[in-house]
Design a protein around this ligand. Sequence first.
Ligand code: DC
Length: 235
Amino acid sequence: MKPVQIALDGPSGSGKSTMARRISQELGFYYIDTGALYRAVGLFVKRCGVDPSDEAAVSAALSNCEVRFDFQNGVQRTMLKGEDVSGEIRTPEVSQLASRVSAFSAVRALLLDTQRTFAGGNSVIMDGRDIGTTVLPDAAIKIFLTASAEDRAMRRFQELAARGEKTDYETVLREQRERDSRDENREISPLRRADDAILVDTTGLSLEEGYQKLRGVIDSCLEELACGENSCFIS
Ligand code: DC
């Protein structure tokens, strides 16, 4: 059976990664979290001590930056110069750095091939900001998952609090808005819904309700593709 590509885009905190991971397990697709690649570049910039607002300096440093992902038991691990940084990239500081460096064309070019190469021969659900518009413009299924900034900030705040990170809701909301604005307004590959993407808005829904809404949309798209759960498994 021909591999099926699902492009899942949306703003940060919309629940893309949690939902995509679950869907991938249920459908037997690979899940590719492209934000992790940008986060790895953010961490690289931090480690190099390069000013993240200096595009020329960041671009020059990239010749020494090798980011890729590995799959261990079907789970993505994010590798920076051979080191597994999957845990270290999940901090608010790295989030902000990733958002800054992701506006630079050299960073986007560096990561584009990595994303496309992997998606090529596999059934994947790939989450990001520009998957439906730029990375996989021919994806069979395109979804734009969103929720209000307040809802998304509350979810992120609860996630960080559960991990014992010291923060407050107002700070998370402010940082969320800053990231939204940078993601939506950058010149290259800004966050926007592809013309042929289905909008799924989970404002006011619990994570489970949001998941069921998204799953329902994907199921009907798969049915339309005549591709039931048993025929699109990873080979
Ligand atoms: O999804 P995330 O929060 O882990 O993404 C981190 C940053 O990377 C986010 O601010 C935007 C950027 N990003 C991007 O520009 N394009 C993607 N395909 C994925 C993420």
